[in-house]
Design a protein around this ligand. Structure first.
Ligand code: ADP
Length: 735
């Protein structure tokens, strides 16, 4: 049957028809042959009985009169029948009376006497026959007047029967062959009824797939299952064709849609870019606009502070003005920092510095903070003395202060350790280790994301921004920050950083507060260029005070004239000015004086790197940001003109004099947990409004200690001494 699987439907149909008809014909022929054989045998026996009757009748006389001559003659007459092989006549007592044999030598053929006995006993039966391999024999009793007188025995060969069977078989085979041939021819013709529609369908299918033409249809020939198959196939083609058309339409539409969306997106992007540009310009302008008046405020304050004749109170007022100015400046810088991080525009300001000195400064700061919290503090370092590195000192300081600040904040007992390891070449690792609260493993993954705090963080307050800023700063410095922590045991924050070795010198700022005037023998002519009178005045006043010869110009053009007239050693020039701005003026100066250029320092309120780099590119020797500290001006004079200064003794700032209430013994003050945390959070966030409000609440309570503490804090707040507030909070207990 497996064979059938691999042949065509045509051959299958032919095979099935031939097999079925062949089987049926074979069955019918077999039945016919068997029937023919049985019928012929029956008639043969009948003929032999008749013959035996005849022989018996003719032999009756001979038997009665015991004349075997008569019986012998009767038997001899059987010769005419060539199929009778032998014959015998028995007397009653079963004694052979006469016998005949066709061939003379076959006289030995003897009938079965037991059969004769059986016949004699059975009164109902007078005849009997037996078919043997190649003959048939009959026994027939002979009667005379109703009485049995003997038995006739005849034996005939089966030649006639065999001939007959052969003949019938031949005919049957012939008929079978002819029938099968007809069946084959008929099957070959009729199978087309089934195979033609299938062939058609197959052909259509091949055409469709070759030409990819879904408009073609199969031809329906019959209305049977195959007809339904063709209908189904056609329906399928129709659906595909419909979908193709829809798809094509959609594709066309999609292209339009893509074009439309791209245009929309481009517009949105342009708008966003424009908005971002506007934001940057706004920020730069705001920063410029705020810094310019601040310059006047802080400048004059610094000038006034230099006056030795001031009373302590006046000095304190000035210090307060300076503190608040610096606080405002800090806020502006923070806002700029946040927007710079958001815009991805945070920049590195690399400079040379000694790593050891840098670490020492930080160590001093945290030694104090740890002592206040009664925590152990250690610095372990493998860096060699006098390693000068070139990196963004400010950012590295922010990073370490942030991590150490957190370590102190989240540790209530034990210690905080700062480990610095020089790994290889220019690579360093800073580890900040604490024995504090530790961080939950579920929070640790997100700890460097903005606004993420775990339970410890939520309890102690804070914004959740510190680590996010830290990570971005470390990324910017091409470093990596990671944390290992166990809840309740402590945390280790590690910062891996490349810190390339510095080339050249470390820029040391001079101690301006103590500068009295230029050392003897030094003479400096300076030109101050600014369109705003106050700004010119401040610089001129300060420079004149330390013994510099000062000239002023109100714009770039004026500056060019003044340089020609006075030949200054140094030009301190603002950038944004009417008539001719600083950028144009510096180009003219370069063209005119080439190597004989005076030192030109840009003084600009625009402090972003992308704003300051062009200044250096345009030919300024350096720039100083506004509002400037006099220290920066003196550093420039020393650096570019190699001048020396004479110093005076520093006047102590006597802020906390007797007029302030006596400091309260902080160890006796116990605050509520809520008030304590609110104070701490407001102070850490520099949120003065909040701080003021909480202090106010504190002062309204019944507790005398609290009232006194509120007064102390109010005084510190008035001086913008937020660190002072934090320092005292560190010594106060809460419950
Ligand atoms: P903030 O301290 O302002 O909440 P940070 O970004 O600096 O924000 O820290 C995020 C959170 O990470 C903290 O709120 C605190 O839950 C957890 N955290 C940071 N440093 C430590 C530390 N050393 N020990 C335990 N938890 C810490």
């Amino acid at each position: 049957m497996l064979l059938l699987h691999d042949i065509s439907i045509k051959s299958k149909l032919r095979f099935i028809i031939l097999l079925t008809s062949g089987f049926v014909l074979l069955l019918a022929s077999t039945a016919f042959i068997v029937n023919e054989m049985l019928t012929f045998r029956r008639s043969m026996v009948q003929d032999l009985y008749t013959l035996a009757d005849l022989v018996g009748l003719n032999s009756a006389g001979g038997l009665l009169f015991k004349d075997n001559k008569v019986t012998q003659e009767t038997l001899e007459s059987l010769k005419v029948n060539k199929h009778i092989v032998s014959a015998s006549i028995f007397k009653d007592d079963h004694i052979s009376f006469s016998s005949y044999a066709r061939d003379n030598n076959s006289t030995q053929i003897t009938p079965d006497l037991s059969v004769l006995h059986r016949l004699a006993k059975d009164i109902n039966t007078s005849e009997i026959y037996f078919f043997k391999d190649d003959y048939v024999e009959v026994y027939k009793e002979i009667f005379y007047e109703g009485e049995k007188i003997g038995t006739t025995y005849l034996r005939s060969d089966l030649l006639e029967l065999n001939e007959r069977i052969s003949w019938i078989a031949m005919i049957t085979i012939l008929v079978l062959m002819v029938s099968l041939l007809f069946a084959f021819l008929l099957a070959s013709r009729l199978q087309r009824v089934v195979t033609k529609p299938i062939d058609n369908l197959l052909h259509t299918m091949q055409n469709v797939s070759e030409k990819n033409d879904y408009t073609l249809r199969g031809e329906k020939i019959s209305h049977d299952e195959l007809g339904e198959l063709v209908d189904g196939f056609n329906r399928m083609l129709q659906q595909i064709q419909g979908r193709n058309t829809e798809l094509a339409k959609y594709r066309e539409h999609l292209e339009d849609m893509v074009i439309e969306r791209t245009t929309e997106l481009a517009e949105a992007r342009d708008q966003a870019l424009a908005a971002n540009r506007a934001k940057s310009i706004f920020l730069a302008n705001m920063s410029h606009e705020i810094r310019t008046p601040m310059n006047a405020m802080l400048g004059y304050t610094q000038i006034l502070q230099r006056d030795t004749k001031l009373t302590d109170e006046q000095r304190q007022f000035l210090q307060t003005i300076l503190n608040s100015g610096n606080h405002l400046l800090g806020l502006i810088n923070d806002i700029l920092d946040i927007s710079k991080i958001e815009a991805g525009a945070m920049e590195l300001r690399e400079e040379n510095f000694y790593l050891n000195e840098f670490v020492n400064d930080i160590a001093v700061m945290f030694k104090m903070r740890c002592e206040q919290k009664r925590l152990g503090w250690r610095v372990e370092t493998t860096i060699s003395q006098d390693v000068m590195v070139h990196a963004d000192q400010g950012k590295l300081r922010q990073v370490l202060i942030n991590l150490l600040g957190n370590a102190v904040k989240f540790t209530d007992q034990g210690e905080v350790v700062l480990q610095i390891n020089h790994l290889e070449e220019d690579f360093y690792c800073f580890d900040v280790i604490d024995t504090g609260a530790g961080i939950d493993s579920s929070s640790i993954e997100n700890i460097f994301e903005p606004f993420q705090q775990d339970t410890a963080g939520l309890e102690k307050g804070g914004t959740g921004l510190g680590l996010a800023i830290t990570k971005r700063q470390v990324d910017l410095m091409n470093g990596k920050v990671s944390v290992v922590s166990e809840l309740g045991k402590g945390s280790t924050f590690s910062v891996y950083l490349p810190l390339p070795q510095g080339v050249g010198d470390v820029l040391k700022e001079v101690e301006e507060q103590r500068i009295s005037h230029l050392a003897e023998g030094y003479h400096v002519i300076a030109l101050v260029v600014d369109d705003i009178k106050e700004n010119r005045n401040i610089l001129s006043y300060f420079l004149t005070e330390i013994g510099v010869e000062v000239h002023e110009a109100v714009n770039g053009q004026d500056a060019l004239d003044k340089v020609a007239a006075k030949m200054p050693d140094i030009v301190l020039m603002d950038i944004r000015m009417p008539v001719m701005d600083g950028m144009v003026a510096i180009q003219h100066l370069h063209e005119r004086y080439a190597d004989k250029m005076p030192v030109c320092i840009a003084i600009s309120a625009s402090t972003l790197r992308h704003q300051t780099q062009p200044l250096l590119d345009a030919g300024f020797h350096d720039f100083i940001s506004k509002p400037f500290r006099f220290q920066a001006i003196c550093t420039c004079l020393k650096r570019f003109l190699q001048v020396e200064f004479e110093y005076k003794d520093i006047i102590e700032n006597t802020q906390n004099t007797s007029e302030h209430p006596a400091e309260l013994n902080l160890s006796q003050v116990v605050l509520s947990k809520d008030i304590y945390h609110r104070l701490q959070e407001a102070a850490e966030l520099n949120d003065l409004t909040d701080l003021e409000q909480v202090i106010e609440e504190l002062s309204l309570g019944e507790n005398e200690n609290h009232k006194q503490l509120a007064k102390t804090f109010q005084n510190l707040l008035a001086n913008y001494d937020i660190d002072g507030i934090l320092e005292r909070l560190g010594n106060i207990q809460y419950e």
